[in-house]
Design a protein around this ligand. Structure first.
Ligand code: GAP
Length: 479
């Protein structure tokens, strides 16, 4: 299935490897004309959920930031993967991945000495040439570069997460948000990690997209006023001791499996969001990070994971309690006072973070919506995710049918509905082309249209066709 999806993606302009004419570079993908539309729709759905429902503000910050930012955040010291290299051919590997492949279970919590022991114990050799593997060491994933010439030259890093740049302007956001907690700030943008072995297409990229929301909260108030909206959602839950539960989010909080109500709320909300994107909910589950797997800044992290039929376990979003770690670190290094005063109490707010990738959910939307049965290939994207809402076709390209079709196309344009017009090839071929990029509605103009102003509307998933008035097209393509 993976190869079929990637083949259609390349052919139809959804996604394809970057720098192809120069032989490509691992970990970089282009979004083509169709993929860009879908990606932006995914981002807009996240915006809608957090700006409209949660009252968050949106910020946009540079992707390059001075070294001090990353010293303060702890990334210069701690943002590392465990690397091993072949002593014979020099090929680098993520040590935890090599051990994971052999043991068939997650090993991203293992430390350097445990990984060294496992590699020796299991006799793991270089998968490429069979050579001996060298000792495991910490490899920093950030890209370093410089800004400015000569004596003005400053060391900077490409950000490995958007979060830090949002924290830097916390005091401004506090003023702009009228000094109220919780205060939510969303940032959608590019992040960069010099991954050791980018693989599986969109799942591990070196330049990727994130949508991260930082909720600044009172340390004593980590509940959610709208918990009722998610508490009935039933899902699979795996805690940090690998215990598995099948229960509602409400039950998980009642039984203290998810200890922080606000984290539970944001996980539930993410499940709803992924479902709205078109991701198959049956393949989603919640998984808590083990104590030795959690990022250095977090005291509790839960992921929503998707069990991909083609690529295995994929982490789509992480929800973490980052406490006051980041604000305190930036306060200590920059000297900016990050305390706030609420009802006479002075404290540094805690951060509950929701960190979505965009590229991984993008792949999971494509995979979940792919239908390849009985020789017919289409993507069943929800209309709000589909690259175009409507395709308009004249039945044949003569006898004024194209003119009438273009009139309809222009009517849709005036209503700001993104549509395509296509008159080349047989009508069957045109339906197939529209299906292959997941357009939910096709409008066909035929000879009856010229007589009675009716058209045929065809629904992608069922192939059902209905005769409707031209004036009723907009109300028939709502979602
Ligand atoms: N600010 C917290 C943070 O960055 P993370 O779990 O490292 O947390 C958040 O990343 C999300 O970003 C992940 O759940 C994943 O969807 C996405 N992501 C992380 N690394 C990625 C990579 N190399 N390629 C594509 N997506 C990635």
């Amino acid at each position: 299935m993976y190869h079929k999806i990637m083949e259609i993606s390349k052919r139809r302009g959804i996604i394809y490897p970057s720098f192809e004419i120069y032989g490509g570079l691992s970990g970089f993908y282009d979004y083509g004309p169709i993929g860009s539309r879908i990606k932006q729709n995914i981002e807009n759905l996240i915006r809608e959920f957090y700006l409209i429902d949660e009252g968050c503000m949106e910020v946009e910050c540079p992707v390059l930031s001075p070294e001090d930012v990353w010293i303060a955040s702890g990334h210069v010291e701690n943002f590392t993967d465990k690397l091993t290299e072949c002593t014979k051919c020099g090929e680098p590997y993520r040590a935890d991945h090599l051990v994971e492949e052999r043991l068939q279970r997650s090993c991203d919590h293992m430390g350097i000495s445990e990984l060294n022991d496992k590699i020796n114990e299991l006799g793991i050799k270089c998968p490429k040439c069979g050579g001996k593997l060298d000792g495991v060491y910490d490899y920093n994933l950030m890209f370093k570069t410089y800004v400015g010439p000569g004596k003005y030259k400053t060391s900077v890093y490409l950000r490995p997460e958007t979060a830090q740049t949002t924290y830097l302007s916390f005091k401004r956001l506090w003023e702009i948000g009228r000094k109220k907690l919780p205060l939510g700030a969303l940032q959608i943008g590019r992040s960069f990690r010099n991954e050791i072995s980018p693989r599986q297409g969109m799942v591990r990229l070196r330049e990727f997209n994130q949508a991260e929301i930082q909720f600044f909260v009172d340390p004593d108030k980590k509940e959610s006023p709208r918990f009722d909206e998610v508490k009935g959602i039933k899902t699979k839950i795996i805690d940090k001791n690998d215990k598995t539960f099948e229960m509602t989010i409400g039950e998980a909080v009642e039984n203290n499996i998810i200890g922080i109500q606000m984290i539970a709320y944001l996980l539930g909300k993410s499940l709803l969001l992924f479902k709205r994107m078109g991701i198959n909910s049956d393949l989603l589950k919640l998984r808590q990070h083990k104590d030795n797997e959690r990022a250095f800044y977090s005291v509790d992290t839960w992921d929503v994971e998707y069990d991909s039929p083609s690529l295995g376990r994929i982490e789509l979003v992480g929800v973490s309690d980052r406490t006051d770690y980041d604000l305190r670190q930036h306060m200590n290094l920059s000297g900016e006072n990050m305390h706030v005063e609420v009802n006479g109490r002075k404290f540094i707010p805690h951060v509950i973070e929701v960190a979505y990738g965009i590229d991984r959910p993008f792949y999971c939307v494509i995979e979940s919506c792919f239908r390849g049965d009985n020789g017919r290939v289409y993507f069943s994207f929800p209309p709000n995710i589909a690259p175009y809402r409507v395709a308009v076709f004249p039945l044949v390209s003569k006898d004024n049918l194209p003119m009438k079709s273009i009139e309809i196309f222009n009517m849709l344009r005036k209503r700001r509905i993104l549509s395509i017009y296509d008159e080349s090839g047989s009508i069957g071929r045109r339906y197939a082309r529209a299906d292959e990029i997941g357009i939910p509605f096709c409008i066909t103009v035929d000879y009856d249209t010229l007589k009675d102003d009716t058209v045929t509307i065809r629904y992608r998933d069922t192939k059902e066709q209905k005769r409707i008035q031209i004036k009723d097209i907009p109300s028939n393509i709502q979602y």
